[in-house]
Ligand binder design. Structure first.
Ligand code: CTP
Ligand code: MG
Length: 556
């Protein structure tokens, strides 16, 4: 991969000077303005888990009186919160103020006696409400208001972007439109809690915790739900029950390795979800993967779930990303746009394969933000240095220590705009020496690649692992081509500065147009000179003719 010329608005150019003036007048959003103390990851997880344990999921008839419904349920105790949504039918998520209310509701609930099928009498927190005489209900003025659990359609998103006021505003708009909502987050924790009820039949003190994009602040509506079956709490309860001369221990079954233990546990829990888990369908046990998992759909919530166990490091990397996402408001906006751009051009896919993953893209953005001057994000080594004794964490011999109180991390002094950062991101990775360098957020600088995979992104905790080992040279090349082309498009727009208009795609919206990829793949099919090379030549010609670009190129 050959570098293109680094001539896209560098500091010192007129455009950059103008932008700096805009920034000093306070018109750009930076991470430093928000002074409210931010919660630790563990605090959020604890609160959400406890909230989910007081919550039930009710399948409702399509026409229902919200008022009567709530009145009926409040017989079991005061309701703290509720909302309705549509999945396969109408559902209500109802959060009681007290956990006891759930048991009270369960005590008046019966297992349905079905005609031709038989019901397995599993006691869950999923209910189905049947009205005694549907016709007897007075007709409702309107359907209950439903909360959407899906991301906006591409068309809708496109419209929103076209009507935004600036590229910065576009990135912000995209973030706001596609990030997880409060309700969707609650539904995710509730789903984990419902799965915990099933796993709890075998392991009464276990916990099922969400990790990955559901909790690391980079989740998009519609993303999968990664769950971690945590069995570590079980041993802890008995740890201090040692008195006198006798030390009693549980008799347990021993197996040859940790991996076999994980496989056995997941195999049984997978079977249990398949046989008895309300609404768990399409259960697949993928036990031979590097990280064994059980994959299934949770019908009522609509989530595609991946359940793992013995995967504590992934929970720690979710916490790290949560901290990075909270440190500066530009981080999430940039990650969401880059991910959306990658999805629009099929660089990422929901099917596992040779594609770059969202997790890898997030790491690339973090790395890029560590490389800015001054840096927008600190390195992981720096976060480790800030850690105190209580933050110390070693998992399976891997050092996972970093400061967990994000309020103690100094905000960045960098005031670059999102527009500039997006452009520079594409330019940076359009030029990156992927053939020899590895991306490493621990040190925040390029390292020599320890192995020959086309794309090497070091796992921040299991440092011998490459999180993008699956990516092929051709997928990487596609990423580089598109990054170059996108840098070019933004550069051209910068020059021509079309006034934002709702009628025509501009700025970020242009980068999401599928025509860019089509032209690339078409060019390849016809064995023409690849677009990336042509762009490189164009940029070179602009440079040699004193920054006056050919007028008919238009990035194509
Ligand atoms: N993970 C990892 N190494 C990988 C892949 C994943 O450590 N090679 C961990 C990361 O903590 C990641 C989590 O597993 O966040 C879940 O993986 P995945 O679902 O692939 O990524 P998400 O971050 O959840 O992103 P998405 O929205 O695409 O699901
Ligand atoms: Mg995920």
């Amino acid at each position: 991969l050959r570098p293109i010329h680094r001539l896209l608005s560098r500091p010192g150019t007129v455009a950059a000077d103008v932008r700096r003036e805009e920034q000093s007048s306070g018109s750009v959003e930076t991470g430093s303005e928000d002074q409210t103390p931010k919660k630790r990851f563990s605090e959020v997880q604890k609160e959400r888990r406890e909230q989910a344990q007081r919550t039930v999921l009710i399948h409702c008839p399509s026409k229902i009186s919200e008022k009567k419904f709530l009145k009926y349920l409040s017989q079991h105790g005061p309701i703290h919160n509720h909302f309705f949504y549509e999945s396969f039918g109408l559902y209500a998520v109802v959060e009681f103020c007290q956990k006891e209310s759930v048991a009270s509701l369960q005590s008046v609930t019966r297992t349905p006696g079905l005609g031709t099928e038989a019901a397995i009498p599993f006691r869950s927190r999923c209910f189905s409400l049947k009205l005694r005489s549907p016709s007897g209900q007075p007709s409702e003025p309107a359907r209950v208001p439903c909360n959407s659990q899906s991301p906006p359609s591409s068309k809708k998103l496109f419209e929103l972007l076209c009507y935004a006021e600036s590229i910065d505003d576009q990135l912000d708009t995209l973030l706001k439109a596609s990030q997880l909502t409060e309700e969707n987050t609650r539904l995710r924790y509730l789903t984990c809690s419902l799965i915990e009820d099933v796993a709890g039949a075998y392991f009464p003190d276990c916990a099922v915790r969400p990790f990955g994009s559901s909790v690391n602040s980079f989740g998009k509506l519609g993303c999968d739900l990664d769950m971690f079956l945590d069995l570590d709490e079980i041993g802890k309860f008995s740890a201090h029950k040692t008195s006198g001369n006798f030390l009693m221990e549980f008799q347990v079954k021993n197996v040859p390795s940790e991996r076999i233990a994980t496989q056995k546990i997941l195999s049984v829990i997978g079977e249990c979800l398949d046989q008895f888990g309300p609404g768990c369908v399409g259960v697949q046990k993928i036990l031979n993967a590097r990280c064994p998992l059980v994959r299934f759909s949770h019908q009522a919530s609509g989530f595609q779930c991946d359940l793992t166990t013995n995967n504590r490091i992934a929970l720690k990397s979710s916490e790290l990303l949560y901290i990075y996402g909270a440190l500066d408001s530009r981080v999430r906006a940039l990650v969401f746009s880059v991910r959306c751009w990658a999805r629009a051009h099929s660089l990422t896919s929901s099917i596992p394969g040779a594609w770059i993953t969202n997790f890898s893209l997030t790491m690339m953005v973090i790395f890029f933000l560590q490389r800015r001057s001054p840096p927008i994000l600190p390195t992981l080594d720096y976060l480790e240095n800030l850690a105190d004794a209580e933050d110390k964490c070693v998992i399976e011999g891997h050092n996972c220590t970093f400061i967990r109180d994000l309020n103690r991390i100094k905000p960045s002094e960098n005031t670059e705009t999102l527009e500039l950062l997006l452009k520079e991101f594409f330019e940076y990775f359009g030029n990156f020496a992927f053939n020899k360098n590895s991306i490493n957020i621990r040190q925040g600088r390029e390292q020599n690649k320890p192995e020959s995979s086309p794309l090497h992104i070091q796992n921040p905790f299991e440092t011998s692992l490459n999180i993008s080992k699956n990516v092929t040279q051709s997928q990487l090349q596609k990423f580089v081509d598109l990054a170059r082309e996108s840098a070019w498009i933004l550069h051209q727009q910068d020059k021509d500065r079309p006034s934002p208009s709702g009628n025509q795609p501009w700025g970020l919206a242009t980068l999401l147009l599928p025509s860019v990829t089509n032209s690339l793949s078409l060019a390849k099919k016809k064995r023409k000179k690849p677009a990336s090379e042509r762009i490189k030549n164009l940029l070179e010609s602009i440079k040699s003719s004193g920054a006056e670009g050919p007028s008919d190129t238009n990035g194509k």
